[in-house]
Design a protein around this ligand. Structure first.
Ligand SMILES: *Cc1c(COP(=O)(O)O)cnc(C)c1O
Length: 414
């Protein structure tokens, strides 16, 4: 069948690196250049939908499936993916061939404010959720290093083997940052792998003003970061960074499938990262983020992070009836709305019992009006509160005011 384009437009990896100008810059670039990057990406991509593409167990994409992909990209459904296996492997390489029976009882540590994916990873890796030791956090949601040490001693006294600490940079509820520097000291002393879950908070590193939140992150053995969150790179776009330079990923994950990863290819195969990853087929998630970074420049990303944090800090200052749970450290603004009828009641169990019912009621009205969406939840001893997450660079003080006005409008009669 005649086809107006070739299956591929072969270039060596070195030539492509030159052709595509991959370097990211401080400043953004003109839209025409960004458009050219798109054209180049299309031009140099293998046309997997070409009628002469017989290379793999798939060809291209049905046109409807492609439309479906546009839709899911626009609507952003969500998945989950943890990385604990690598860390187990690093300590006990036998695990790859012999399974967990080659290991003693392994224990990992994380704070009570951690993301649920830590427990989920422990479950499906066969480590077991009971071997995730939950370290208490202080009032602002940060893991307490002294408590971590206590738990490590407990695990050792039980005959278990502590192997990793998962610190959180940007907790899900409060947006708190664990004290990485101090946790790194503890990890060094006990020879533990320090993983920093910076899925949510990692973007702060782009900001000169706020990167101190992750002070000590360079001492971590691994870091997870989701540019699809604060930076809006689109689901899924997750980076897993490993400090190791000895080919750990390769040793841990490779299956050496000879039908995909031939060692005798005619070009430099060090760019074939497929065998190092957990999945086989997956989308080129990094491309969207790279293109976006390329188009906007580092300075613009920094400006966006700074803006979001600034909006979060302005948040609900000096408003009657609004009470912050704590000063936001990141862009999680957690607050209660107290309707006028409750404002004279002194702090007491009865007061908080009444407050507990406020956010769900306002949320219901909010959803039914469709005017906006702000989440709520209870947390520890704290009665239901609103948790407003600020990300969009287009949120202005006007929008912040709107949210507060609207909450008041919806809840003033409660
Ligand atoms: C979102 C999030 C995760 C889960 O990341 P996915 O890539 O969606 O699986 C893990 N940890 C933290 C702190 C998160 O905010």
């Amino acid at each position: 069948m005649a086809c107006p384009y070739q299956v591929c437009e072969w270039r060596s990896p070195e030539d492509l690196t030159k052709l595509l100008d991959l370097e990211l810059g401080e400043a953004g670039q003109a839209p025409a250049q960004t458009l050219q990057h798109c054209r180049d990406a299309i031009h140099y991509s293998v046309k997997t939908n070409h009628p002469h593409f017989f290379n793999q167990l798939y060809v291209g994409l049905d046109h409807y499936a492609m439309v479906g992909s546009f839709v899911t990209d626009a609507t952003q459904p969500s998945l989950i993916q943890p990385e604990t296996y690598l860390i187990t492997f690093q300590r006990f390489p036998e695990v790859k061939e012999q399974g967990l029976s080659a290991c003693p009882r392994l224990v990992l540590f994380t704070s009570e404010e951690c993301h649920y994916s830590v427990a989920k990873a422990a479950a499906f890796l066969g480590i077991g959720t009971k071997n995730v030791y939950v370290v208490p956090a202080d009032q602002s949601g940060k893991m307490i290093p002294k408590e971590l040490e206590k738990q490590i001693r407990t695990a050792i006294s039980e005959g278990a083997v502590p192997f990793m600490v998962s610190a959180t940079a940007g907790t899900t509820v409060l947006g708190s940052f664990d004290p990485i520097e101090e946790l790194a000291d503890v990890c060094e002393e006990h020879n533990l792998w320090l993983h920093v879950d910076a899925c949510w908070g990692g973007a702060a590193l782009l900001s000169n003003k706020h990167k101190h939140l992750l002070k000590g992150v360079q001492r971590a053995h691994s870091v997870a970061w989701n540019p699809h969150k604060m930076l809006m790179a689109g689901q899924q776009c997750s980076a897993f960074l490993v400090r190791d330079k000895t080919g750990l990923l390769q040793r841990c994950h490779s299956a050496c499938a000879s039908y995909l990863f031939q060692k005798d290819k005619f070009y430099d195969i060090s760019c074939d990262t497929g065998d190092k990853s957990i999945q086989c087929g997956r989308k080129a998630d990094a491309f969207r983020f790279w293109l976006m970074w390329k188009a906007l420049g580092t300075r613009e990303l920094e400006r966006r992070v700074d803006h979001a944090l600034e909006m979060a800090r302005l948040g609900i200052k000096k408003r009657d009836g609004f009470r912050l749970l704590m000063e936001p450290e990141y862009t999680n603004v957690c607050f209660w709305y107290i309707p006028p009828s409750m404002r004279k009641i002194p702090d007491s169990p009865e007061f908080w019992q009444k407050v507990e019912a406020v956010a769900p009621k306002i949320k219901e009205r909010m959803m039914k009006t469709g005017s906006m969406m702000v989440g709520y939840q209870s947390h520890g001893i704290n009665a239901n509160f609103f948790r407003m997450i600020i990300i969009s660079p287009w949120v202005s003080t006007k929008d912040m005011d709107f949210v507060l006005d609207e909450i008041h409008r919806l809840g003033a009669d409660l």
